[in-house]
Ligand binder design. Structure first.
Ligand SMILES: [Zn+2]
Length: 316
């Protein structure tokens, strides 16, 4: 369950994310299970077997060595607050602020894996963020709650959220938390580096659902067959209505239906149409082209009726 946000850009509102509608699984057990996972295709930046406890992925930094180029004002304030006990470590594209090494290291591996997977998949897309993204890990529920309550319009059930280039994450500890929520949020974090304009709701969430499925499977060392992922979809949202949605639906069932329909439409474009057309398609929409125009221009649909017909076949 989320509350609305308009833009994935750095100045946009936060992406609240909770556990209400998601299937709950253990993030820590899954991250542990992924230790030793081979980076599956598309290839990551290195072809070495990535161990999630391998600390060579990051460098612990202090003071002036910290890359604060992409810091939001909130991030800067948290880093400078002497009461915070953050340690800081930098990977190639992320700064992780954390207290406990092991969990943070796994999150760092996941972040870089998602980065390389999505960068590879969106070939031609350009990383537009100067400097590293900041990722804050709150060690205890108390610390998370205190932080969350200081955020405007917060929802008490929020487990993690992304705003522009930054992510705020509650550490799982021994509690059962949702791994797919983390994968979905990690996608927002990475996508926000490549796409800076405003995305319509369906595209924003559809892409996060798509990579939350496929990039996360690769991270765990498995692959997902699109035929198995995109089985018949019962009761999809009418396509024209889906593409025009501006607000999250107001009940869990409708939210689930909205996310599923968005995921399927992105999946339709990604798996049934030339995959290499997607970066230009999403870039066009982020700079103001309507989905209808962009579908014509980048996928060659003659008209919207054809899109509807083909999508109806895809979800059947
Ligand atoms: Zn989302």
């Amino acid at each position: 369950m989320c509350i609305p946000r308009s833009s994935p850009g750095a100045g946009g509102p936060p992406r609240w994310r909770g556990l209400r509608r998601r299937y709950v699984t253990g993030v820590l057990p899954l991250l542990l299970a992924a230790a030793g996972a081979v980076r599956a295709a598309p290839p990551a930046t290195t072809n070495q077997v990535a161990k999630l406890t391998d600390a060579s992925i990051w460098k612990v930094v202090k003071g002036d060595d910290l890359d604060t180029t992409a810091c939001l004002p909130r991030d800067r304030a948290m880093i400078e607050d002497a009461g915070n006990k953050w340690k800081h470590a930098q990977t190639e594209h992320f700064v992780i602020h954390y207290e406990m090494d092991l969990f943070a290291l796994k999150v760092a591996h996941m972040a870089e894996f998602f980065y390389s997977y999505i960068a590879h998949d969106l070939q031609g897309a350009e990383d537009r963020i100067p400097g590293r993204s900041h990722l804050f890990i709150f060690r205890t529920e108390n610390k998370w709650k205190k932080f969350l309550e200081a955020q405007p319009d917060h929802k008490s059930w929020t487990y993690s959220f992304v705003q522009g280039p930054s992510m705020y994450l509650q550490q799982a500890e021994n509690r059962t938390k949702s791994a797919d929520v983390l994968a979905h949020e990690m996608t927002h974090l990475v996508i926000n580096r490549f796409i800076r304009g405003g995305l319509p709701l369906w595209l924003n969430e559809g892409v996060a659902e798509y990579y939350g499925e496929f990039a996360f499977a690769a991270f765990r060392g498995t692959t997902r067959n699109p035929h198995a992922v995109f089985r018949a979809l019962r009761d999809p949202v009418d396509l024209r209505a889906l593409l025009a949605t501006e607000k999250y639906p107001d009940n869990d069932q409708a939210v689930h239906r909205f996310y599923e329909s968005s995921k399927y439409f992105v999946g339709f474009l990604m798996t049934k149409k030339p995959h290499e057309n997607f970066p230009a398609f999403i870039a066009a929409i982020s700079t103001g082209m309507t989905p209808e125009e962009a579908l014509k221009e980048h996928y060659g649909f003659a008209d919207f009726k054809t899109v509807e017909k083909e999508f109806a076949r895809f979800v059947r």
